[in-house]
Design a protein around this ligand. Structure first.
Ligand SMILES: Cc1ncc(COP(=O)(O)O)c(C=O)c1O
Length: 392
């Protein structure tokens, strides 16, 4: 504009970001939904990969890319992609790797929504599935068919913290041309599934990596060309994450090592104490010698046995009484927060599953899943003990 603009025009024009010879220590948040393009050659170059940069936020943003690169580095993955939630990352994986007529082999110990996504939703599009025991690779052999494209397991399963035999499963999956994907939500830093042979890793960043229950995001990591396909799916289906929550999650990563160490140590200490309390029928924690995967966990996990322990207190009345008697540990159906929380799988993460599905996974109404945080362990024990004492 040649003349001095009028007030409405001044108001509406966004200012240019000030140049700075020095660089910010903390990454700025790039909220812009769209970028200004210099001309048609530039837009072609941006879309064809000749220029690096951004055009429209549904196709990627700088904060999500910073977060993806950081977690890819931790996972020793070639590339990674941020999605709007852990379920969004799983959806991107399934949509990128499966077509009508294909099958997916699912661990029989999985987050309930993952089972629902495949069993109720993908089945409508002609994708079949089979269940197998992820702790025994030979059980995968029995369900693989020539159309199985993908095998999906959790490193430490939700809620019984069973440990998948990732190396053994990768060998079996690859021998029949299928890819192995590992949901690593419960075990960031404790091992690296891709180094053990997995092709893909997913995370609900909402949990330990975010670490503060104030964001919902997911991540898919894997080989560069397959993540490129998943990025195209993410754009087409509108599954992308967002810069503010990616910025928060990257901040969470800074303290992940310390939080994980502390919460793992607390989980072990309290799992041992819980196992000695008469109100607790059983403690599921891979750090205890009573856990069926303890030996394997001792060999494969580094820095602890995880931050989740699940206890069986009998039935629904006992679980309800425990929840109502605790004063400092809220029933908050998630995990991985800086503070200790609990959940009740039967009415939350594994709700709406058939009695058959529950039986296969060992889920019952008396299970309480504890996600340990950073408090003084003795305060946590005092609270748990006074509540458990009431169960009689
Ligand atoms: C093991 C596991 N995977 C995936 C998810 C889904 O993550 P989000 O809630 O971020 O979609 C959850 C959520 O609880 C989970 O526990």
């Amino acid at each position: 504009m040649s003349q001095r603009p009028r007030p409405e025009t001044i108001c509406v024009h966004p200012p240019e970001v000030p140049e700075s010879a020095s660089r910010p220590l903390s990454p700025p948040i790039h909220l812009s939904a769209v970028y200004k393009i210099a001309g048609l050659d530039q837009i072609d170059a941006l879309y064809e990969g000749g220029d690096s940069g951004y055009t429209y936020r549904r196709d990627g943003d700088a904060n999500s890319d910073l977060l993806a690169a950081k977690v890819a580095e931790l996972e020793h993955a070639e590339d990674a992609l941020i999605c709007a939630s852990g379920m969004g990352a799983e959806a991107a994986l399934f949509l990128a790797t499966l077509s009508a007529g294909d099958e997916v082999a699912l661990s029989d110990n999985l987050y309930g929504k993952t089972v629902a996504l495949v069993g109720r939703e993908l089945s409508r599009f002609g994708v079949g599935h089979h269940f197998f025991d992820a702790t025994r690779p030979e059980s995968l052999k029995r369900v693989l068919t020539p159309t199985t494209r993908l095998v999906f397991v959790e490193t430490l399963s939700n809620p019984l913290v069973r440990l998948a035999d990732i190396a053994g499963l990768a060998e079996v999956a690859h021998s029949s041309g299928a890819s192995l994907a590992v949901d690593h939500t419960f075990a960031p830093l404790l091992c690296r599934p891709i180094e053990m042979g997995a092709d893909f890793v997913t995370h609900s960043l909402t949990k330990l990596i975010g670490g503060h229950s104030d964001l919902i995001l997911g991540l898919l990591a894997g080989p560069r060309e397959r993540i490129a396909r998943a990025k195209a799916i993410t754009s087409a289906f509108g599954l992308a994450g967002n810069p503010f929550e990616s910025w928060l999650a990257l901040r969470g990563v800074a303290t992940l090592g310390l939080r994980s160490q502390r919460a793992c140590a607390t989980a072990l200490r309290l799992a041992e104490r819980l196992a000695g309390h008469p109100g607790v029928k059983h403690v599921h924690y891979p750090g205890l010698s009573t856990h069926p995967d303890h030996a394997c966990a001792s060999r494969t996990l580094e820095g602890g046995f995880g931050t989740i322990a699940t206890i069986d207190v009998g039935g629904r009345p006992e679980a309800d009484l425990l929840i109502r008697s605790l004063t400092g540990i809220p029933f908050a159906p998630s995990l991985g927060d800086a503070s200790t929380t609990l959940s009740h799988p039967a009415t939350t993460s594994h709700r709406n599953q058939s009695p058959d599905q529950w039986a296969r996974q060992g889920i019952s109404a008396g299970l309480i899943r504890l996600s340990f945080g950073l408090e003084d362990p003795d305060d946590l024990w005092d609270d748990l003990k006074q509540a458990l004492d009431r169960l009689g």
